[in-house]
Design a binder for this molecule. Structure first.
Ligand code: DAH
Length: 344
C-alpha cells in the first residue's frame, strides 16, 4: 500500500510545484496534459489502483481522488490568475490613452446640386408655384416643335441635342419641354408651376458647360398676367436666393417660346457691382432666361392666346449654386471630389 501512497504524495507535491512554475495559459495546458490528462502521471496512478488489495484500494483511492480534485481546483485558480495577468500585460502594451480625442465620424451631406434644388424650389413654392414632374426622355415635339422651334430653324442649333435611337425621341435639352405637359394637363385653368430636373446637351465639357445638368423651369398662365408679374417674381426670387436688396436687370434676348424674351442678371454677390473675378468685372451675374409665353406656345398648350397670357423662366441650377458659392467650374459638381462635396 505505502508504495503507491508514497508515489501519490510525491506526485502531488511535484505537480503543485510545476503548476506554480507555469506562467502562461499554454504552459498550464501542457501541465494538464502531463498530470491530469489521459496520458498524465496522475491518471497512470489511478489506473494502478486495480492492483491493490481489497483493504488498501478504498483508502488509496479516496486519497487519490482528493488529490485529483485539489489539483483541478489549483489549475483553475492558476489559469484565472494567468488570464488576469495576460490581460494586464496586453492592456499596458497597447498603451491606450483614454484622454486622446476620438476620430470624428464622416457625416454625409446633400450634394450641392440637391441643396440648390431644395433652396430654389422652397422659395418658389412659398410664392405659390407647384412642382410639376415631366420626363427626361422627350419627343422632339415637346422639346422643340410645340415650343415654336420651326423644323430646321437655326434656333435648334442653339442646343446640341442627344437623339435617341428611336426616331423622334431626344434627351430633353431644357426643362421648357415640360411647359407643354403642364399646360395640357391643366388648360384652361390658370397655372403656376415649376419644373425642376435633369437636362442633357451634347456639348464639349468645359468649366462652363456639362453634358448633364439641372434646370428649374417656371411657368405662370392666367387671364391678366403681365411682364410686371415676371419682374416682381424674379426680383423676389433674387432677393431670397441672393440676399435682401439685390438688384436685377433685364437684357433683351431671343427664345422661340417667349416674346419678348430676356436674360436676367443679379448684381454680383461678391463685389456688389464693382467688378471682380466672379462677375468677370461686369458687376453682374447671369441667372436665367425668361419672357412672356409666345401665343403659339399658349395655343399648343390648349390656352386661347386672346384670353390668356403667361410668363416663363428657366434657370440652370448649378449656375445658381456657382454664383452663390463663388465656384467657377461646373465640372466640380460631377467629378466626385470629396473636398468640393464636403465644403459646398
Ligand atoms: N430653355 C432655356 C434654356 O435652356 C431657358 C429659358 C429661357 C426658359 C426663357 C424659359 C424662358 O422658360 O422663358 O436656355
Amino acid at each position: 500500500m505505502s508504495d503507491l501512497n508514497h508515489q501519490l504524495e510525491q506526485l502531488h507535491q511535484e505537480a503543485a510545484v510545476a503548476l506554480e512554475r507555469a506562467t502562461t495559459t499554454s504552459e498550464t495546458e501542457s501541465w494538464y496534459h502531463d498530470y491530469l490528462g489521459r496520458k498524465g502521471k496522475m491518471t497512470a496512478i489511478l489506473r494502478g489502483l486495480g492492483q491493490l488489495s481489497a483493504e488498501e484500494r478504498p483508502l488509496v483511492g479516496k486519497r487519490a481522488n482528493q488529490i485529483k480534485v485539489e489539483l483541478e481546483a489549483a489549475l483553475q485558480a492558476r489559469q484565472a490568475a494567468i488570464a488576469q495577468e495576460e490581460m494586464q500585460r496586453a492592456l499596458s502594451a497597447e498603451g491606450i490613452d483614454v484622454t486622446m480625442p476620438g476620430r470624428r465620424p464622416l457625416v454625409g451631406k446633400l450634394h450641392p446640386t440637391n441643396q440648390a434644388i431644395r433652396e430654389i424650389v422652397d422659395i418658389l413654392v412659398q410664392m405659390g408655384f407647384q412642382v410639376f414632374d415631366s420626363p427626361e426622355v422627350e419627343t422632339d415635339d415637346y422639346n422643340f416643335g410645340l415650343l415654336n422651334f420651326p423644323p430646321d430653324h437655326p434656333a435648334r442649333e442653339m442646343q446640341d441635342t442627344f437623339f435617341a435611337t428611336t426616331p423622334g425621341l431626344v434627351l430633353r435639352t431644357h426643362t421648357s419641354s415640360g411647359q407643354i405637359h403642364a399646360m395640357r394637363k391643366y388648360a384652361p385653368e390658370p397655372i403656376r408651376v415649376i419644373l425642376p430636373g435633369k437636362c442633357f446637351r451634347n456639348e464639349d465639357v468645359t468649366a462652363r458647360a456639362e453634358m448633364m445638368f439641372y434646370q428649374v423651369e417656371g411657368l405662370a398662365i392666367g387671364r391678366n398676367i403681365t411682364f410686371s408679374d415676371l419682374k416682381g417674381t424674379l426680383l423676389n426670387f433674387a432677393n431670397q436666393m441672393y440676399g435682401d436688396g439685390r438688384q436685377i436687370r433685364f437684357r433683351k434676348s431671343y427664345f422661340p417660346f417667349t416674346e419678348p424674351s430676356v436674360e436676367v442678371d443679379v448684381d454680383c454677390v461678391l463685389c456688389g457691382g464693382d467688378g471682380c473675378r466672379l462677375c468677370k468685372y461686369t458687376g453682374w451675374l447671369e441667372i436665367l432666361g425668361a419672357g412672356m409665353v409666345h401665343p403659339v406656345v399658349l395655343k399648343n398648350g390648349g390656352y386661347d392666346p386672346a384670353v390668356f397670357s403667361g410668363f416663363a423662366f428657366g434657370m440652370g441650377i448649378e449656375r445658381q449654386a456657382m454664383n452663390k458659392r463663388g465656384v467657377d467650374d461646373i465640372r466640380l459638381f460631377y467629378s466626385n471630389d470629396v473636398r468640393f462635396l464636403a465644403r459646398a
